[in-house]
Design a protein. Structure first.
Length: 119
């Protein structure tokens, strides 16, 4: 079983967000923020019925419901790191991201609106 993600230190998150806002974010910043916000999502929406993927950085299973154990999950959300960070911080709304094709969501319980933005 893969190790659970852990939230990053507040100072590291603030610094990475500042670089991102200034247009100077590096791959390491995207990785840190992606994993940090996915860890917060795991805490806010515990469960294993929806797999949230942000390639190439991480994937988590969240939201209560039927547990997924093998093969392709029946409920999948996939997006890129910049979109995930924008959703997590509230700079982008869920419906707007889905409508623009920045988020691909299929299956039951894939609307993450109740859990976003993250603290």
């Amino acid at each position: 079983m893969p190790a659970r993600l852990k939230p990053a230190a507040e100072a590291d998150v603030a610094a990475a967000l500042a670089r991102l806002g200034a247009g100077g974010a590096e791959r390491a910043d995207l990785r840190l923020l992606t994993k940090h916000f996915l860890a917060l999502l795991e805490t806010r929406a515990p469960g294993r019925s929806v797999e949230v993927r942000v390639p190439p950085y991480a994937a988590v299973q969240v939201v209560e419901g039927v547990r997924h154990t093998r093969g392709t999950p029946p409920a999948v959300v996939e997006t890129d790191a910049a979109t995930w960070i924008a959703l997590a911080t509230g700079r982008l709304g869920w419906a707007e991201a889905v409508d623009a094709g920045r988020v691909r969501a299929s299956g039951e319980r894939t609307d993450l609106t109740p859990y976003l933005p993250l603290p």
